[in-house]
Design a protein around this ligand. Structure first.
Ligand code: NAD
Ligand code: ZN
Length: 348
């Protein structure tokens, strides 16, 4: 089959590799209908996290059709249309039972193979899915493969992020970063009843999207965001901040915006070894801080309902549709945000 493979820093190649096979009784093989490039793929692309084997199939956002199942798979049939969360989960362990499927004791992240151990990704013609029954979700035939795809990562991640700040209708909320994940935070906070959401970025087109989704856009390169939001909230600050960037500057901004006792929820992937605020500063704000990988599988039912509702123009964030063989170029465009690139969907 053909797949996009990691070949080192900023090097993604469209290569021929053997088709994946059923290795364990709980596996399924999915023929990919479409897959997407995610902000998280850029951490790998830039080798911010070291260790990935060259030749690893990239990607963790995909939908497709089940074409083979292991002998213990009973609830999925060949021909089922499915969406996968970005990590696998058994559905039965302690963490799956408490809804923290991202930390399933047997879970694996797609697109991460290190020292020959791990799981290849979804930017390919076929994907092997371990723990298929606990992982894959069948989606309603009324949805297109690219609509369903958002449930597997970005919408579930945005929902998780918003869920961690205890949204109240009359509260003031800020979303830092208006990439696909930040935009999904806005939609999710709206779904939970938030009326006042400030959206912070410096890319005008992304701020315009945030406004379309019902947020108040703020360009951080033009104004002092902390002073501005303090004034707008009568000197109090934000009740909740959702951070969907993953760099120290954004983390620091979250700290500066939050009110005493407010909640910061961080889904941006951080790789630095220290916090952007000190324990003393956290103490002085009675800060509540939530951070980590989204248990996407746990949120997918809700995400699919939101997508099916048609309440939000989710298709509107897809800026580019390309062929899988154009994957190397897709990464380059997405990384440079060239041509207002916001979300790229790839078709095998
Ligand atoms: P993206 O790169 O498309 O978007 C990030 C946005 O942040 C960009 O629009 C950029 O202009 C903006 N930005 C950069 N610095 C900023 C700053 N200091 N203040 C405000 N905005 C700033 O990425 P994405 O696909 O939207 O993903 C966002 C983050 O979420 C990434 O770190 C990604 O890895 C992470 N992520 C985490 C999970 C999880 O499970 N926790 C899941 C999916 C994605
Ligand atoms: Zn992703």
């Amino acid at each position: 089959m053909k797949a996009l493979t990691f070949q080192g820093k900023q090097s993604i190649e469209y290569t021929s590799i053997p088709d994946p096979e059923i290795l364990q009784a709980q596996d399924a093989i999915v023929k990919v209908d479409c897959c997407a490039v995610c902000g998280s793929d850029l951490h790998v692309y830039h080798e911010r996290e070291k260790g990935l084997d060259h030749g690893t199939v990239m990607g963790h956002e995909f939908t497709g059709e089940v074409v083979a199942v292991g002998k213990e798979v009973k609830q999925l049939q060949i021909g089922d249309k499915v969406v996968s969360p970005f990590s696998t989960s058994c559905g039965q362990c302690y963490y799956c039972n408490i809804g923290l499927t991202a930390r399933c004791t047997q879970g694996q992240l797609y697109g991460w193979v290190e020292g020959d151990q791990g799981l290849h990704g979804g930017q390919a013609e076929y994907v092997r899915v371990p723990l298929a029954e606990g992982t894959l979700v069948k989606y309603n035939q009324g949805l297109s493969p690219e609509q369903a795809l958002f449930a597997g990562d970005i919408l579930s991640t945005g929902y998780y992020c918003a869920d961690q700040v205890n949204i109240q209708p009359d509260g003031n909320y800020a979303v830092i970063g208006c990439g696909p994940v930040g935009l999904m935070c806005i939609i999710s906070a709206k779904e939970m009843g938030a009326q006042t959401i400030f959206a912070i970025d410096q890319i005008p087109e992304r701020l315009a999207k945030a406004e379309e989704f019902g947020a108040i856009p703020i360009n951080f390169s033009q104004i002092d965001v902390a002073a501005h939001l303090k004034e707008l909230s009568k000197g109090i600050g934000m009740d909740g901040v959702m951070e969907a960037v993953g760099n120290p500057a954004a983390a620091r901004m979250a700290y500066e915006l939050i009110r005493y006792g407010g909640s910061i929820s961080t889904v941006g992937v951080h790789t630095s070894s220290g916090f952007a605020f000190s324990p003393a500063e956290a103490y002085d704000k009675n800060l509540q801080y939530k951070v980590g990988r989204c248990p996407a599988r746990h949120y997918m039912k809700t995400s699919l309902e939101i997508i099916e509702s048609g309440r939000h123009d989710l298709d509107g964030i897809i800026s580019h549709r390309m062929k899988l063989h154009e994957g190397s170029e897709a990464y380059r465009i997405f990384d440079k945000k060239q041509d207002n690139c916001l979300k790229v969907i790839l078709y095998p």
